[in-house]
Design a protein around this ligand. Structure first.
Ligand code: ATP
Length: 327
């Protein structure tokens, strides 16, 4: 039992994700009920360096569970990647008498957390918050389910117009280096194909998708393209289609940042609430430098270094299901 932890700091970092507010609320309330003080740090690591800190009460997190984005704001901070930047961050922690830090974000956030923890021996707990779902050691990350539903709804709408005009739509989906969002949105929306970085031979994937549409006389085709699966994204894929399949006149739709927005789904609110409580419990259990994740529906503690280093792969059965169902 960590009697030494009297004050925790909490921040959100990296890309914002729906459900981060629910996690901030849960961390705050779980800490307060366990007699810890809570210091909210604004603008991620940038705010930690600059000392943008405010003490939070339970009321400060009222009415935020349903809100997208993050009330703590987020920022990308190059200075934190340097030892000098992290020294300044540590000085803020000392000045504010913060004994442990909870960071909500993706693998970049956790990499910075690992470095800070190693250099200054401060307990840090990571909560996975990213729409990309690309963290090893957790079945899902906060924001992924909401983003998945957003992409699915957008594709449903595009299909309406695609069908009316008998068009091929290429829809560009976010995900950094990972194809989870693209692949599962493709399954959920009944798309003809998904082009993702985890599977090579993009030309083959495309040929199969376009060829299938012709064979079956489909009156619309939808192909989801992960933003970094091909250099140039969906626009580049459109050029290839125009070159090799002049019978198509593909339309490109880049969903962009609307994928990050919106009120979090029930599922994201629930996992954010559970993970926020679990992060405080982890500190009480004397855990250090771990990510709290969800494995087979249960809370799991995963070393930060493993969450960062190990690569989560897409599920082969999901990939095969998409191929099977798009005939
Ligand atoms: P998302 O997956 O949504 O993009 P993320 O947490 O991976 O989230 P990043 O922008 O990669 O987002 O990282 C957030 C912040 O973490 C960076 O702005 C930087 O301050 C810090 N960070 C990232 N990589 C490192 C690193 N290698 N060393 C130290 N700090 C880092």
């Amino acid at each position: 039992m960590s009697y030494s932890i009297k004050t925790i700091g909490v921040l959100t970092s990296g890309g914002d994700a729906p459900g981060m507010n629910a996690a901030v609320r849960a961390v705050t309330r779980a800490a307060i009920i366990n007699n810890m003080r809570v210091k909210a740090i604004f603008r991620g690591y940038k705010g930690l360096i600059d000392g943008e800190v405010q003490e939070f009460t339970s009321q400060d997190v009222s009415g935020i569970i349903q809100r997208g984005g993050t009330i703590l704001k987020s920022a990308r901070c190059a200075e934190f990647m340097t030892p000098e930047g992290r020294k300044k961050a540590y000085e803020t922690l000392q000045r504010e008498q913060i004994d442990a830090l909870i960071v909500i974000g993706g693998d970049g956030t956790f990499t910075g957390a690992r470095d800070l923890a190693q250099e200054y021996n401060i307990p840090i707990i990571g909560i996975p918050g990213t729409i990309d779902n690309d963290l090893w050691g957790t079945d899902c990350t906060i924001g992924y389910d909401t983003a998945l539903n957003t992409v699915m709804e957008c594709v449903d709408k595009l299909r309406d117009t695609g069908t009316s005009h008998e068009r091929l739509f290429l829809v560009e989906v976010m995900g950094r280096d990972a194809g989870f969002l693209t692949l599962n949105a493709a399954i959920a929306a009944g798309a003809e194909a998904a082009i993702i970085p985890e599977r090579e031979a993009v030309a083959e994937q495309l040929k199969a998708a376009v060829g299938q549409g012709q064979r079956k006389h489909k009156n619309s085709s939808i192909v989801l393209v992960q933003e970094h699966a091909v250099e140039g994204g969906a626009m580049a894929v459109a050029k290839v289609v125009e070159e090799h399949h002049p019978e198509y006149s593909p339309r490109v739709s880049i969903l962009g940042h609307l994928q990050r927005g919106g009120s979090p789904s029930a599922y994201d609110r629930i996992i954010a609430s559970r993970l926020g409580c679990a992060a405080i419990q982890a500190l009480l259990d004397d855990q250090r430098n771990i990510m709290v994740g969800i494995q087979n529906g249960e809370i799991a503690y995963v070393p930060l270094v493993k969450a960062i280093k190990q690569k989560k792969d897409i599920k082969q059965d999901e990939w095969e299901a998409l191929q099977t169902l798009s005939i």
